[in-house]
Design a protein around this ligand. Structure first.
Ligand code: ZN
Length: 437
């Protein structure tokens, strides 16, 4: 289902022309209202929106790092000096799940919130779920931005059944008795539930769920891992992706499952950069790099050229679904990346390679680096969990090691452990566990 047919199928050139006008207006707004961006752009010799030009010149402007925005937050202004709206205009304040100290607050005006829900509804509707169907959600309406995605289900016209985080018993009861067509959860939790249901003799693959919508962490678009989830659920898996500071579920896969479409088109402008140099890369078919996003009509705290830390691969070929514009597949996050003898390695890519050995493995893996930090000396220890009832087998360990070497160009030491040895996550998985010994 294409929710906004006219918007989602307009040519990308036409979209860029519309976005150019929005962007110029957003720059005027920022320079008028944001002390943060006035100072940041002045340092680059840009004193007016006219100096900055249009979208075609956006790469001349500086990138925005999450940390520099956060650094301007004070007790008097907990949002930071890029806040543009009057506090009385704010209708929602989320906080992001920061690992240290005070959370980062994400303020929204009524229009910001509406744009978030509109973009998210387009992204989730792309999966093929349709008006009148039931969807079981596992997100909460808690402090985190993911809660805002819940409103998009009503927008699509779905019947929404919230069960909350970590409620596996309640979730399976809802699947069993309410017979929903869809569930939405993290890929880690989707994997966990496959095992959990099997242990309780619940036939998940035979249940009513036709679509599993995954979001919240990378991995749901990786072919082998996705195949494991699809077999376990007897359902089609599509992924969606957003970033708290910019918007929820900005991107969503359609039924072709060949990268996520930009549901937030018109609200957000995507760019690609080289993560090492910060230099702009063309948004071309097959290109890989870090995703950079710019708000086009945000009011509360708009961000300009924000570094998402998401590494993506770009698809620009026409999609049979009729939606236009770039599609992306997330390869991993910079924050999770390890560098093994000069080679960048995303833990979710290791999981995907290992998942290719299903049904002999469970699909659960853990990387156990021996030194602290990002840079690692080979061989990198990788713990691979066997499938239920499978016995350790040296030839299998060797085959996995060899496949990791040939696909990811990384030397590993593969240790096979019995089914159930690795802890499961009901939210997001930690695929990397630093060896404390
Ligand atoms: Zn499509």
């Amino acid at each position: 289902m294409i929710l906004d047919l006219e918007v989602e199928t307009r040519s990308w050139e036409e979209q860029l022309a519309l976005d150019d006008a929005s962007y110029r207006e957003q720059l005027r707004y920022l320079l008028e209202r944001s002390a943060f961006y006035r100072a940041k752009l002045a340092a680059e010799g840009i004193g007016s929106a006219a100096d900055a030009g249009g979208l075609a010149e956006i790469a001349r402007l500086p990138l925005t790092e999450k940390q520099e925005v956060k650094a301007t937050a004070t007790r008097e202004n907990p949002f930071g000096s890029h806040l543009c709206a009057d506090p009385s205009e704010l209708v929602r304040i989320y906080s992001t799940s920061g690992t240290t100290g005070t959370p980062t607050f994400v303020p929204l005006t009524a229009r910001d919130l509406d744009d978030w829900v509109t973009g998210s509804a387009r992204s989730y509707a792309a999966s093929g779920i349709a008006l009148g169907q039931r969807i079981v959600s596992t997100y909460t309406a808690g402090p985190f931005v993911a809660g805002a995605a819940l409103a998009s289900f009503e927008r699509i016209g779905l019947c929404h059944v919230p069960v909350g985080v970590g409620q596996s018993e309640r979730l399976l009861a809802a699947v069993d008795l309410l017979r929903p067509e869809a569930v939405v959860l993290t890929p880690s939790y989707a994997a966990h539930l496959v095992d959990w249901a099997a242990e309780r003799g619940f036939d998940l693959a035979g249940a009513s769920v036709e679509r599993v919508l995954v979001a919240g962490e990378p991995g749901g678009g990786e072919p082998a891992f996705r195949a494991v989830l699809e077999a376990g659920w007897g359902a089609r898996v599509t992924e969606a992706m957003g970033i708290g500071d910019i918007g929820i579920s900005l991107w969503g896969e359609c039924e072709e499952r060949d990268g996520m479409h930009l549901g937030a088109r018109g609200f957000v402008h995507p760019e690609l950069i080289d993560p090492d140099t910060g230099g702009a890369l063309p948004l071309a078919d097959g290109a890989e790099g870090e995703l950079v996003l710019t708000h086009l009509r945000h009011q509360a705290a708009p961000l300009l050229r924000f570094r998402t830390r998401d590494h993506v691969a770009v698809r620009m070929t026409p999609c049979p679904c009729g939606r236009t514009g770039p599609r992306v597949r997330c390869l991993g996050r910079t924050d999770d990346m390890l560098i093994v003898r000069g080679v960048n390695l995303f833990p979710s890519a290791v999981r995907d390679v290992v998942s290719g050995f299903a049904p002999r493995v469970s699909g659960h893996v853990r990387l156990r680096p021996r030194q602290p930090g990002v840079t690692q000396e080979p061989p990198l220890p990788v713990v691979v969990e066997l499938a239920r009832g499978a016995a350790a087998d040296e030839a299998l360990a060797e085959a996995i090691r060899e496949r990791l070497r040939s696909v990811l160009v990384v030397q590993t030491r593969v240790e096979l452990v019995p089914f159930g040895s690795l802890t499961r996550s009901e939210y997001k998985s930690e695929l990397v566990e630093y060896d404390a010994t």
